[in-house]
Design a protein around this ligand. Structure first.
Ligand SMILES: Nc1nc(=O)c2c([nH]1)NC[C@@H]1CN(c3ccc(C(=O)N[C@@H](CCC(=O)O)C(=O)O)cc3)C=[N+]21
Length: 290
C-alpha cells in the first residue's frame, strides 16, 4: 500500500511568516511616509553563545527584509550588571530606537529580572516586562511574548476555532507556557497547563483539541498521546549533531493531527515575524505620543 501523504496537515511557518512580514513592510512604508519615522530595534547580546548569536542574526536579517533599522549591541561575557543597566538606560532614552531585545539567557552572574525590569515597557519588543505580562493577563494584549503570539496568529490564519475548545499546554515557562495560557484563556478556550511535575501527562494531551508543547525534551509527544484531529504546535528546539528536533515526534504524530507545525520551519520563523510586528507597533505608539 502506498504511503499516505500528510503534507496538507503541515502548518507552513515560513510562508505564514512571509505573509506577516509583508504586512509589516507595508506598515513601515506608511509610517515613514506619514510620520517620517523608521522603526529601530536594538538587540543586546551578552557573551558569545553560538546558538544565541545565530538567533540574533536571524532577527537582524528579518529587520533588513522589512526595513527596520537594527543595531547589534554585543557585550562581553564579563559585562557587569551596572554596565548592562547603563546600556539599557541609554537605549531607553534614544528617540531612534523603538524596540529593545535583551537576548536570553544571560550569563549566570547577571540578574535577568533586574535587567528586564529596566527596559522601558513601551520598547519591550519581546513582551517580557512584568508590566506587559500583567496587561496580557487582564486581556490587554499589546507587546506580548512573540512565540505564543505566533501560535495565535497561526490559529487565526488556519481558521481554527478556539472558544470552548480544550487547549493543553505542556511546559510552564515565562516565555511560552504562561503567556500562551493567558492568550488562550483571553479567547475563551478551556486551558490546562502541564509541566514536568504533572502526574499522567498523557491523560491531558489525549484530550487536547489544541496542543502546544514547549519543553525542550526531544520527541516527548508520541502518536499514542494525541487525539485524532488535534491541532498541534511544537515550540521545542533540541540541537543534536547539527540537527534540530522538536518536542513532537512529527513523522508519527502527523498521522493523527489535523494541523501540525514542523521543526524547523514552524513556530520559529513566526516568532521572528511577530517580533518585527512588535517593533512596528512600538514605533507607531511612539509616533502617537511624541
Ligand atoms: N530575549 C529573547 N527573545 C527571543 O525571542 C529568544 C531569546 N531571547 N532566546 C532564545 C530564543 C530562541 N528563539 C528562536 C527564534 C527563532 C528560531 C527560528 O526561526 N528557527 C528556525 C531554524 C533555525 C535553524 O536552526 O536553522 C526554524 O525553526 O525554522 C529559533 C529560535 C528566540 N529566542
Amino acid at each position: 500500500m502506498a504511503e499516505e501523504n500528510y503534507d496538507s496537515r503541515k502548518i507552513d511557518g515560513r510562508s505564514l511568516a512571509r505573509k506577516v512580514e509583508e504586512q509589516v513592510e507595508k506598515g513601515i512604508d506608511q509610517l515613514q511616509a506619514e510620520e517620517g519615522i523608521v522603526p529601530g530595534l536594538a538587540t543586546i547580546l551578552v557573551g558569545a553563545d553560538p546558538a544565541s548569536k545565530m538567533y540574533v542574526r536571524l532577527k537582524h536579517k528579518a529587520c533588513e527584509r522589512v526595513g527596520i533599522h537594527a543595531e547589534d549591541h554585543e557585550m562581553p561575557e564579563y559585562t557587569t550588571q551596572e554596565q548592562l543597566m547603563q546600556r539599557i538606560w541609554e537605549l531607553n532614552e534614544r528617540e531612534d530606537i523603538h524596540g529593545i531585545l535583551l537576548q536570553l539567557p544571560l550569563p549566570e552572574c547577571l540578574d535577568e529580572k533586574a535587567a528586564m525590569l529596566a527596559i522601558d515597557p513601551a520598547k519591550d519588543a519581546d513582551g517580557f516586562h512584568p508590566y506587559n505580562m500583567g496587561k496580557l493577563l487582564i486581556g490587554e494584549e499589546g507587546l506580548v511574548p512573540c512565540t505564543p503570539k505566533g501560535v495565535i496568529r497561526a490559529l487565526e490564519e488556519y481558521d481554527v476555532e478556539v472558544q470552548g475548545k480544550h487547549a493543553v499546554i505542556v511546559g510552564h515557562s515565562n516565555v511560552v507556557g504562561k503567556p500562551m495560557a493567558a492568550m488562550l484563556v483571553n479567547r475563551n478556550a478551556t486551558v490546562s497547563v502541564c509541566h514536568v511535575y504533572t502526574d499522567d501527562l498523557k491523560k491531558y494531551t489525549l484530550d487536547a483539541d489544541i496542543l502546544v508543547v514547549g519543553t525542550g525534551v526531544k520527541h516527548l509527544i508520541k502518536a499514542d498521546m494525541v487525539k485524532e484531529g488535534a491541532v498541534i504546535f511544537d515550540v521545542g528546539i533540541t540541537e543534536e549533531n547539527g540537527k534540530v528536533y522538536g518536542d513532537v515526534d512529527y513523522d508519527n504524530v502527523v498521522k493523527k493531527a489535523s494541523l501540525i507545525t514542523p521543526v524547523p520551519g514552524g513556530v520559529g520563523p513566526m516568532t521572528i515575524a511577530i517580533l518585527m510586528e512588535h517593533v512596528l507597533m512600538a514605533a507607531r505608539n511612539f509616533a502617537e505620543t511624541h
